[in-house]
Write a protein that binds this ligand. Sequence first.
Ligand code: HPA
Ligand code: ZN
Length: 326
Amino acid sequence: MTIEKFIKEIPKAELHLHIEGSFQPELMFEIAKRNNIKIPYSSVEELKKAYKFSCLQDFLDIYYTGAGVLITELDFYDLTMAYFKACKEDHVIFTEIMFDPQTHTKRGISFETVINGIQKAREDAKEKYGIDSLLIMSYLRHLSEEDAFETLQESLPFKHLIKSVGLDSSEKGNPPSKFKNVYEASVKEGYVPVAHAGEEGNADYIWEAIDILKVKRIDHGNNCLQDEDLVKEINARNLALTVCPLSNLELRNVDILSNHPLKKLMNKGVKVTVNSDDPAYFGGYINENFLQIQKALNLTKEDIVELVKNSFQYSFAEDDKKAEYL
Ligand code: HPA
Ligand code: ZN
């Protein structure tokens, strides 16, 4: 069996996926039309041409504009179902989906509308495709901690549907320490803490994420390589990294994929997983990430198996489920 076929067919888990970042241009236009919303691009092709980013903020500006056409429960359902369909094709059997409530509540869409649409899709995906999933509610770090507290409050009636809290959006200038109190409160409510750290921010941001927010996993985390002691600490605490190769390439955190730090991290004993982050914007779902990084770094079948095993091992699935997968 070729390594490409092996990659495509092996059952895998995805641990770093923003549902709003899975919004394909075709579906965006369809939903905009049915909601009578004008998007500032005349066609799918013109929109796709805008997907050229020189940094995280470039991307976020377009990502929030795109998410602006999501209004009804059905919109969130369709968005999430489209992602699950891609999961089925890529043999993803377990996925941890991040959603950004504030991207929507700040526009007057209720928390309930967002989560109900996503939740219905989760239930249908389980029934139709056999895919298990859980939810990570992400706070937007460019907003205040007070705003995040409001979101935490809004989430409480739906607490049984949410496993974890995360932190995303513009990293530089918005360090994890800004969210110390809301993370403490979130953990008290039973949410498992994770955070984006070390994507554009330096190693200090990762130190804060582990020491102050007490995260159980690090989203991206590439920049831990700036600090040997940090790498040691990440390994000592058995924290996995959710690495997103095509995202790092498209947001210019690496110049070419052959310079991507994934293998270097693995060689240092860091537990790495491969993920798509925002597949509609960065050129592919999880299989495409695996295929391109395998080629660029000449990864072996054993490397792929290790990465896939990590994706289950370091997931937040229940232990009995995990044992079933592994
Ligand atoms: N980084 C930070 N915030 C995000 C991202 C990302 O890649 N995608 C969606 N929000
Ligand atoms: Zn992300």
